[in-house]
Design a binder for this molecule. Structure first.
Ligand SMILES: [Zn+2]
Length: 134
């Protein structure tokens, strides 16, 4: 089994005829290079890195974390620039819900909304500010 030929099964189904890299069993294309950390110090460093990433996540400069952070910051900036945007979204959601209710043949306003509407319009004057005008 100590041949100098790689012998890994290739995509064509034939055994690879590549030359085995020094100290390995396969050619450089079939897993012949890295054997991982071998020295005690190297193994320690590797374990430490694994631990750090598992706890803190990949550090700054990592593509994925940077992307998420940028997205978060952009969203926060937008919210600050257009505070009306949230109100518009709320109204949009309400209108969508009304449309769904209309489709289902239910009354346009829910019981809670109807109650809310009654309470806000239960003053004796037909419109707010009328009593002060007269
Ligand atoms: Zn090979």
């Amino acid at each position: 089994m100590d041949s100098l030929i790689c012998g890994a099964t290739t995509r064509s189904g034939m055994p690879c005829r590549g030359r085995v890299v020094a100290g390995g069993k396969r050619c450089r294309l079939h897993g012949g290079l890295s054997t991982g950390p071998l020295t005690p110090l190297g193994r320690l460093r590797c374990a430490e890195n694994m631990r750090r990433v598992r706890i803190n996540g990949p550090g700054p400069g990592h593509r994925k974390t940077d992307k998420a952070r940028r997205r978060r910051e952009t969203r926060a900036r937008r919210e600050k620039m257009w505070p009306k945007r949230q109100e518009r979204k709320r109204l949009q959601a309400m209108r969508w819900a009304q449309k769904q209710r209309l489709k289902a043949g239910l009354p346009l306003l829910t019981e809670a909304e109807l109650e809310n509407f009654k309470n806000s319009h239960s003053s004796s004057t037909p419109w707010p500010g009328a009593s002060s005008a007269f």
